[in-house]
Design a protein around this ligand. Sequence first.
Ligand code: ZN
Length: 151
Amino acid sequence: MRELLRYAILLFPLGACALPKVGGAPLAPMDRAWVVPTLQLYQEWWSRTEACSGRTGDMSAVTFYAVDSPSGAISLGRDVAHGWWLREGNRIYLPANALGEEWLVRHEMLHALLQSGSHPNDVFVRACHLASAAVWRDSTVTEDSGKPHGR
Ligand SMILES: [Zn+2]
């Protein structure tokens, strides 16, 4: 039962996020991680994210890491999410098995483009539909009920 509960907790509330502040916070996930080369696909996703957000940025300034996380959950200190953008070093961490998950990758790209850890509805939901998997699936959603606290 306890295992089941843990599994449920890992599966549901997870979003993708950004680390707010560097002071005192861990600077990298504890799991094994490695740099991934950005493929043509990522350049396309970056361009699309630039287009929907109206922001422009240089993707080569961002380092993408794959994290060895079969569950798809990446812990950063006491927080757990499917993906992370860290302002420090302009780094994005994604589960190795989710490198092709468009909404997740582009969610973190959007943080990098905005250089902000917050999730303004106008961009994350209405303009780009990247707030969550649910928002991604249903483009008529205008508010993200599972919105992570802006941080
Ligand atoms: Zn986020």
